[in-house]
Design a protein around this ligand. Structure first.
Ligand code: FAD
Length: 226
């Protein structure tokens, strides 16, 4: 399998609705690019715990960050973890309750997590996380100082073993239901940013920077994978 394809290991092989699988690495990158929030699954004291966090990507490494007291990040270090990213593209309303669904793009990543200790990698990872959320933000703001870096934990997860699943399009109903007269269709969904709200504590005239204006009032990551 080429480096451009996603791994198909026993645990990344879709069993249900296999035709929804996407096997190009570019599709994984596209889902990660469009998403903002991932869910980190880690076993803590024998219990599977799933927590949402922000993330960034550099090449084929996913970076998650949090407080250096963050229990799930610290526990994950050296452990097998599962990270998911989900994009909701629409609510699929079928003629039958059974066939209701959602349009989505989602990624599931398995790997051994690594706590980032190298200072340069940690800084690059924090930049990736920051600029993934708000492109251009890192260059605009004060970088973390030593104390802030010490208070921040960064976890690296390799993108070696991952799957991508996509549902798009109209509902699929039973043949006998198509003439039922029941409305069916898709309600598209997307994450949309509102107008920028300046901090009331801003002092003096501080214009909204271009990288904020570029996001305000816009939908995020709506381009579907075909
Ligand atoms: C927004 C959203 C809503 C959903 N709602 C439902 C729902 O209400 N009910 C329901 O049954 N399913 C829902 N799904 C689909 C669900 O995520 C699973 O794909 C499905 O339930 C099959 O589960 P399984 O354990 O049989 O997967 P299997 O096919 O056995 O999973 C095997 C492997 O395939 C990969 N895989 C499975 N699902 C996904 C995925 N979604 N994205 C990427 N890789 C995947 C993983 O690597 C996994 O380890 C939803 C998905 C999304 C993104």
């Amino acid at each position: 399998m080429s480096a451009e394809s996603l791994s198909t290991t026993p645990r990344t092989t879709l069993h249900r609705l296999r035709e929804r699988a996407r096997t190009d690495r570019a599709d994984l990158h596209a889902v990660l690019e469009a998403g903002l929030v991932c869910h980190l699954g880690v076993v803590i004291d024998g219990v599977p715990v799933v927590l949402p966090t922000g993330y960034g990507r550099i090449g084929d490494t996913l970076y998650l960050h949090g407080s250096s007291a963050n229990r799930s990040l610290l526990t994950a270090a050296g452990q097998q973890v599962c990270v998911t990213v989900t994009l909701l593209d629409g609510l699929v309303c079928a003629r039958a309750v059974f066939h209701h669904s959602m349009n989505y793009r989602s990624a599931v990543i398995f790997g051994t997590a690594r706590l980032v200790t190298d200072a340069a990698e940690k800084l690059a990872a924090l930049r990736a996380v920051t600029d993934h959320l708000v492109p251009g933000r890192w260059a605009h703001v004060r970088e973390p100082n030593r104390k802030e870096l010490a208070a921040t934990a960064v976890l690296a997860v390799p993108l070696d073993e991952a799957s991508v699943k996509v549902r798009a399009g109209a509902p699929k109903d039973e043949d006998e239901d198509y003439d039922s007269g029941i409305w069916a269709g898709v309600l598209p969904a997307a994450l949309t940013f509102g107008a920028a709200e300046p901090d009331p504590a801003l002092t003096g005239e501080v214009p909204v920077p271009a990288h904020i204006a570029a996001l305000a009032g816009r939908a995020r990551g709506t381009a579907p994978i075909t």
